[in-house]
Ligand binder design. Sequence first.
Ligand SMILES: NC(=O)c1ccc[n+]([C@@H]2O[C@H](COP(=O)([O-])OP(=O)(O)OC[C@H]3O[C@@H](n4cnc5c(N)ncnc54)[C@H](OP(=O)(O)O)[C@@H]3O)[C@@H](O)[C@H]2O)c1
Length: 348
Amino acid sequence: MAQLNFGGVLEDVVTREEFPLSKAQEILKGETIAIIGYGVQGPGQALNLRDNGINVIVGQRDNSKTYDKAVSDGFIPGKTLFSIEEAAEKATIICYLLSDAAQIQLWPTIEKYLTPGKGLYFSHGFGITYNDQTNIVPPKDVDVFLVAPKGSGTSLRRMFLEGRGLNSSFAVHQDATGKGRDRAIALGIGVGSGYLFETDFRKEVFSDLTGERGTLMGAIQGIFEAQYNVLRANGHSPSEAFNETVEELTQSLMPLVAENGMDWMYANCSTTAQRGALDWKGRFRDAVQPVMAELYKSVAEGKEAAKSIASNSQADYREKLEIELAEIRDSEMWQAGKTVRSLRPENQ
Ligand SMILES: NC(=O)c1ccc[n+]([C@@H]2O[C@H](COP(=O)([O-])OP(=O)(O)OC[C@H]3O[C@@H](n4cnc5c(N)ncnc54)[C@H](OP(=O)(O)O)[C@@H]3O)[C@@H](O)[C@H]2O)c1
């Protein structure tokens, strides 16, 4: 492990220099890695592992568009593409990448194939941390670990193809064979992580659920709506309100933040913008912090897990989701966004 300074705090991380792909290949030699589920993470991880020379098979229910996608990605029925049960049986490491709701439903099936010495891999701490709600309790004689890429499976694949890597966390919950930690890190490198930082299952899921409800997805849409509504209520056109709320952020400012940090983005804006941002950031932090604290508490108490299990396991989940997404898509703000996007020179 390399020790690096993260803002004054020393942390151990695994980089590709000290844990090269050749080491991962050596550790995983002789293993059969079964990617169970070919949704979003499944393809990213399976294809990166395959391209990295690791022996990977896919378990996916047939009669599904997802099965067809696995075939079109080059997985061969009966050779590298199987039913979920067959793949779980053949696996030495089962990568459980079904949706979190399906993981609960299929657990009795998967559990049968967890014979001593096998590895059980997750990309989320959800199933294990909330096992009072999921009933996912693996046998003691298997390794249980996770690698959680910090982003979409689509980005994991795209960045791999560009020679880049998405950062991932890893955690070992059970090391029955004594090889669990090496297996986890080797898979983390194999799926194309940039660097790996260590966590545990609880912290992984608590931070993940907070992040997606917070700045990554929930809070950002909420703050966009608030600003857009205020601008519109004060007579600004949709075009002006959208540009000042979203377009400038995604097209101009966030790439600068990604490159060199917030202060560098501020430094590259007008003095008027800098003064205003510095004066108002504290007001926003103080207004939002109590909501963030409430959110974290709800995550830690298992309330967010209960809500998502209850809604995601309904048969009409996708139809109901579509109604909620359509509400966002059809709102004036995002319809204005559609027109703004179409006017980008590169889209004309
Ligand atoms: N999405 C991400 O970017 C992301 C990022 C980091 C970690 N993770 C974690 O990675 C894991 C996988 O997430 P994901 O987003 O890739 O999942 P997902 O896209 O929702 O997974 C869908 C997969 O589950 C299968 N499935 C759903 N219901 C099923 C059922 N009743 N029986 C059999 N198969 C069923 C789907 O098959 P069909 O298509 O046939 O329904 C598909 O293969 C989760 O633990 C998630 O938290 C995800």
